[in-house]
Design a protein around this ligand. Structure first.
Ligand code: NDP
Length: 284
């Protein structure tokens, strides 16, 4: 795993995570573990792209023989526009976190949603079916998981966001598509959440990065509820709030991170790595 991308390598397929900042990304560790486990001879590095130079960075990567990339903050939207071909889930999400470079084209995919669903349903063993779900946030991460959550047939999905207009826009998009009439989908401001309880509460905001508290009512968690923070690597104020106010299960987003990486790895290498050993390795 190297931190440089301009060094030619001898026939090894190269991948990287591109972002700004990117130095703290765990993706090289995860993909290296997947490669060892599956016997794939790949190189995976971190690439810091200038804030105004994402397209140029991708161009250089293609010219120096990269086969694909993961895209992280703040370039997921740019990656969406840069791709010449989009998977259905990238199209639905309006954002791209995985790129595949072919000779003539750049294919964009989004594996965040499938990562979240696999972590909650398979790893934590909690089904979305007929549950009341609260999705907090209306940024790229929330958009990326919206359709995959709706596909699990919850009874109700409420999107709550500080800027209500963004949550309303997400609801309108779902309504216009008309695919999910079996689910009640609403947008609320934080104040409107008073008196409501949810079975699954997902924090898809970036407040954990600054240790900011969300203004949530104390009785937001229904009996047996899951509180899931997409942020990973440490206890966030949201996780602490959930533990103190009745959530039966509290999780960070480490599992989602590993699952989305596994799906990217599968897209690139056509082989699905086991995620449990890598989750354990990261926790350790
Ligand atoms: P964005 O910048 O696109 O969105 C940020 C969101 O956070 C917006 O909804 C914003 O609200 C909200 N927000 C920011 N500050 C505050 C605040 N002080 N109070 C209330 N709301 C606030 O970020 P992303 O959607 O890309 O990422 C969100 C989080 O998800 C990050 O922490 C990221 O690390 C994590 N993530 C984890 C993944 C994983 O695999 N575990 C994958 C992808 C993301 P507003 O619209 O009002 O500005």
């Amino acid at each position: 795993v190297s931190d440089k991308y301009a060094e030619p390598l001898n026939g090894v397929d190269r991948y990287a995570v591109v972002g700004n900042p990117v130095e703290h990304s765990k993706s090289p560790l995860i993909h290296h573990a997947f490669a060892l486990q599956t016997g794939q001879d790949i190189e995976y590095s971190r690439v810091l792209a200038p804030l105004d130079g994402f397209a140029m960075t991708v161009q250089s990567m293609r010219e120096t023989g990269f086969k694909g990339a993961n895209v992280t903050v703040p370039f997921k939207l740019e990656a969406f526009h840069l791709a010449n071909h989009l998977s259905e889930r990238a199209h639905d999400a309006g954002a791209v976190n995985t790129l595949l470079f072919n000779t003539e084209s750049i294919v964009g995919d989004n594996t965040d949603g499938v990562g979240l669903i696999r972590d909650i349903e398979q790893n934590l063993g909690i089904s979305f079916e007929q549950k009341k779900v609260l999705l907090i946030g209306a940024g790229g991460a929330a958009e990326g998981v919206l359709h995959p959550v709706l596909e699990q047939h919850p009874q109700l999905l409420v999107i709550a966001n500080r800027s209500l207009d963004k949550a309303l826009k997400m609801v309108k998009k779902v309504e216009d598509q008309g695919e999910y009439r079996f689910v009640s989908v609403n947008a609320y401001a934080f104040d409107d959440l008073k008196g409501q309880q949810f079975d699954i509460v997902i924090n898809a905001t970036s407040v954990g990065l600054t240790d900011t508290k969300l203004p949530l009512p104390r009785d937001i968690f229904a009996e047996g509820a899951l509180a899931y923070d997409m942020m990973y690597g440490r206890e966030t104020p949201f996780m602490d709030f959930a533990r103190r106010h009745g959530a039966a299960k509290v999780s960070d987003g480490m599992g989602m991170l590993v699952e989305q990486a596994a799906e990217s790895f599968f897209r690139w290498r056509n082989i699905r790595p086991l995620t449990a050993p890598v989750r354990a390795q990261l926790r350790a």
